[in-house]
Design a protein around this ligand. Structure first.
Ligand code: NAD
Ligand code: TYD
Length: 353
């Protein structure tokens, strides 16, 4: 049968998903990319304005928790692969309201697994269910060491626990039913289109508006930052060349203490906004720490680099500058988001801190 490849991307209107959809639509004109997204507060079709009219792209508004909707989708298309990104993704929201994380991240993933399994009916040739996950499933590190693909799971927030559960279900479907699956676990992403509840876009937005920049605790927590297009490139590589049943770690080899990162961002923003050096730094405000705040994440991505030849961009400052430029020149995108809902979220999250 000479049919073009049809790939379901879930969560394609979100931050990372939109970069993945754009990359696949542009790089693979012979594929059909079906983007299924519920359009929660984090999903935004403006992220995909530039490709929405492409003939190899379709959007469909679907809640992955809705079993019937997923089954209908798999009846309408014969999918060769699934790249599953749809999730509730913000740790702070998982602390104030874990339920949605259980519904979308666990139940939604199981709905997709069941439907793919049923629809592919044991004929798994050329099929792949690729689940996108996070390094947070491995828990928190002290000052030494890195997460490898063999590190035991030790999730500590409702977000990471829900992602760990979904990873376990994906592995269970591989081992029990033979479903061809791959999982990748990635470190913190940054770049254009990230919702301004996460550290970097929140800080950019606040600095731009001369608002306090909240740093949790003493700002000593460490994250490994990866430019989002590098993640999308890794997903492309793993989708096409990864070994079925396996796991790949993805990371930038780029660890920063939050306070050092914010200081660098302040310097970049002063320069870009033409403000005297030190202006933005005065906005830094230490606030009450996040409960159960993981101290450090660090990921060893040597397997992906050595086996599949992937490499992240080496220059974090350049990536951060590019990100700041994008936010400053896309103020309409930001203004559309900074609606009543965002203000309410912001007040509830930060007013007591
Ligand atoms: P995001 O919050 O920006 O986007 C999530 C998308 O999923 C949104 O478009 C939203 O509308 C959609 N969605 C949420 N619930 C849904 C549902 N029930 N049905 C259908 N769609 C739904 O998230 P992101 O930062 O782009 O993360 C994408 C994936 O990558 C997630 O699985 C996340 O766990 C993982 N991840 C993120 C990071 C990071 O730094 N952001 C790092 C590693 C892994
Ligand atoms: P975040 O972007 O929420 O990602 P994650 O919690 O998944 O790593 O936060 C990154 C780090 O920044 C984390 O250590 C928490 C911290 N942080 C702040 O200090 N202030 C903030 O306002 C936010 C949102 C996060």
């Amino acid at each position: 049968m000479n049919r073009r490849k049809t790939i379901l991307v879930t969560g394609g209107a979100g931050f990372i998903g939109s970069h993945v959809v754009r990359r696949f639509v542009k790089n693979y004109p012979d594929y059909l990319i079906v983007n299924a997204d519920k359009l929660t507060y984090a999903g935004n079709l403006e992220n995909l304005k530039d490709i929405e009219a492409k003939p190899n792209y379709v959007f469909t508004k679907i809640d992955i928790v809705n079993k019937q909707a997923i089954q209908d989708l798999f009846r309408n298309y014969v999918f060769d692969g699934v790249i599953h990104l749809a999730a509730e993704s913000h740790v702070d929201r998982s602390i104030t309201g874990p339920d949605e994380f259980v519904f979308t991240n666990i139940v939604g993933t199981v709905n997709l697994l069941n439907t793919a399994l049923h629809s592919w009916q044991g004929d798994f040739r050329e099929k792949l269910f690729y689940h996108i996950s996070t390094d947070e499933v491995y828990g928190s590190l002290g000052s030494e060491g890195k997460f490898t693909e063999e590190t035991p799971y030790d999730p500590r927030s409702p977000y990471s626990a829900s992602k760990a559960s979904s990873d376990h279900m994906v592995r269970a479907y591989h081992h029990t039913f033979g479903l061809p699956t791959i999982i990748s676990n990635c470190s913190n992403n940054y770049g254009p289109n990230q919702f301004p509840e996460k550290l970097i876009p929140l800080a950019i937005n606040n600095i731009k508006n001369s608002r306090p920049v909240p740093v949790y605790g003493k700002g000593e927590n460490i994250r490994d930052w990866l430019y989002v297009e590098d993640h999308a490139a890794a997903i492309d590589l793993i989708y096409h060349k990864g070994i079925t049943g396996d796991t790949y770690n993805i990371g930038g080899n780029n660890e920063w203490r939050n306070i050092d990162l914010i200081n660098l961002l302040c310097r970049i923003m002063d320069k870009k906004l033409g403000r005297p050096e030190g202006t933005s730094q005065k906005l830094i405000t230490f606030v009450k720490d996040r409960p159960g705040h993981d101290l450090r994440y660090s990921i060893d991505s040597s397997r992906l680099q050595e086996e599949l030849g992937w490499k992240p961009i080496p220059d974090f400052e350049a990536g951060l500058e590019k990100t700041v430029d994008w936010y400053l020149s896309n103020s309409a995108w930001l203004e559309n988001i900074i609606s009543g809902d965002y203000e309410r979220y912001y007040d509830s999250m930060y007013s007591g801190r």
